[in-house]
Design a protein around this ligand. Sequence first.
Ligand code: HEC
Length: 120
Amino acid sequence: MKKQNVIFSLAAITALLFACSKKQAEELKPATPTDPTPVTTANVTYSNFAGALFQTKCSSCHGSNGAIASVWLFNGIASIKNDARVVNAVLVTKTMPKGGTITASERALLQAWVDKGMPE
Ligand code: HEC
């Protein structure tokens, strides 16, 4: 092979390798997640916020397997809507969640959800 051809071949191979690795890197890049709409006091619902809050903050004691289920059983939105003690305990007397906390912003979102009539 002529020296010129060798150089050309090497250049071609290098270009090919570079193109491959570049393509691979692009494929490995995770898909950009579509930004979830942030929950605000204007759009708060049971499904985008309140349900998860009760699930994480209350169900350990008040879920169907919880030790305090007999006092109040958390089993979905109706168990909150139909029992005035729930909102009272969290937002008025603030005795619940017992042994836990909810942040000021969680409280504000929960209050907004209650004020809007507890939308699903
Ligand atoms: C660590 C366990 C525990 C957690 C977590 C907990 N509770 Fe309670 N809850 C209790 C106990 C124990 C009682 C019985 C009364 C008391 O000891 O204050 C009670 C009583 C209640 C009552 C009925 C009495 C009242 O205060 O009117 C309601 C309603 C209630 N809890 C709601 C909630 C809600 C809502 C959450 C979550 C935000 C929650 N609890 C989290 C333990 C818990």
